[in-house]
Design a protein around this ligand. Sequence first.
Ligand code: DON
Length: 424
Amino acid sequence: MRSPLPDYLTEVLEACVDDSGALADYIPELAKADPDRFALTLVTAEGAIYSVGDDDTEFTIQSVSKPFVYGLALQERGFDQVLDVIDVEPSGEAFNEVSLERNTGRPLNPMINAGALAAHALVLHGRRPEEAVESIRSLLSSLAGRDLVIDEKVATSELGTAYRNVALANLLRGYEVFEDDPDEIVEGYIRQCSVTVTTKDLALMAATLAAGGVQPVSGEQIFSRDVVRQVLSVMTTCGMYDAAGDWLSTVGIPAKSGVSGGIIGILPGQLGIAAYSPRLDEHGTSVQGVAAFGRLSRDMNLHLMDAPIVAHSVVRRKRVWGEGDDAVTVLELQGDLQFTSAEVLVRAVVDEPPATKRLAFDLSLVRAILPVGRRMLLEMIGRLHRDGLEVVVVDPDGHLPEPDTGYGFRPRVYASQDEMEARS
Ligand code: DON
C-alpha cells in the first residue's frame, strides 16, 4: 500500500491555489521569485518526511530565522540576560514597527525586527561579526540536517534598502539595548535572513522544536527543552505579528512567517510543518501558505486547543489473580502519565479501593511519565502502604528508578507480571 499522506497533501495544495497577494518588493531581489511556486512539507517528531509541490525550490529564510536565533541567544546567554534585553509581549503591530518599551527601549518581543536585531546582537556580542553569522548559519544547518548557504545577492539587495532596520538598530543602540556597532548588527541580521532553505529544511527545523530540541533525523539535541518551551511560547503569541490572535484562534498552530513566503508551524510532540508560496497578504505572510495551514489544521485536528481525550484510558485493565491473602489486584496502566491521567488513576483507586491486600501497578504499556505523574503515583503508593496494603510495581522500562515514596517505603519493582508471580 502507498501511504495516503502525500496524496492528501497534494489535494491540500490543489485546493489552496490562489493568485491573490503580492511579492515582497521592499527587498528588490525578492520581487524576482516565481509567484506560482507552492510547496508543503510535514515532518513528524519521529523524523518521517512527507513533502509535495515545489519542495526543492530554494528561498531565503527571512523572519523564519528569528525563533531559532532567539533560541541560540537563550542557550548561549541564559534566560535572565536575554529577558533583560528583549521582552516577550505581543506588539500587535507590523513586523517592522518601532515596538519598544517606553523609557527603556527594550523591544517588545524577539519576533518583530526590533527584537530580532537585539537577539542578533546577543549572539554577536564578544564575537567578530562574521563569526556570529557563521554560528547562526551553522545552527540552521544542523537543524535542517544539511549545509545551508547564504544568498549574498538577496543580502546585498536588502542591505541597499534597509532604511527601517538601520533606523531601528540605531534607536536600540541609542537606548543602550546593545553596545555593538548598529551597522554590524544590521548587516549580520540581514545575512541571517538570507540563509537559503527549502520547505524540507524548514519542516525539519520545525520538527526539531516539536521534538523538544532533538533533530529527529540526526538525533542531535540542538536546543534544551527549556529553550524550546520559551521559543514556542513566544512564537505562539508573537510569531504572526499583528495577525497573531486571528492565527491562533483559527489555525491554532504556533508559527512563524517570512517575507520570502515561507511559514513554519510546530505542534509540540507531534510534528513540524513548512509551507512556501511567495505571494503575501497585508501582514507579510504567504497567502497560499495561510490557506494550507488552515486546511491542515481543520482536516487533521491540529489546533493546539483541540485537547486530546487521553486521560480516561489510563487504566487499560484491572484484574485480580490468586485467592485469599495471596490475591493481588493488578492495575495495568497505559499511555502517558501526566497530571490529568494521574488524577484519573488516583480517583479510580479512591473510588474503588482494591478488595485484596496486595496491589500491583503494571507500567509495561506506559509510554512516558512526567515528573508530576511520578510524584502522584509514588504519593499514592505511599498512602496505600500506610493504609496497610502491600504495593508493588511492574516496570520493565524503568519509569520509576529506585522509587521512593517519601513514606519510608520503597515498593518492590519487577520486570514483568510473570516475575512478580514467580517471586511472590
Ligand atoms: O528585516 C526584514 O525586513 C526582513 N529581512 C525579514 C522580514 C520578515 O520576514 C517579516 N516576516 N514576515
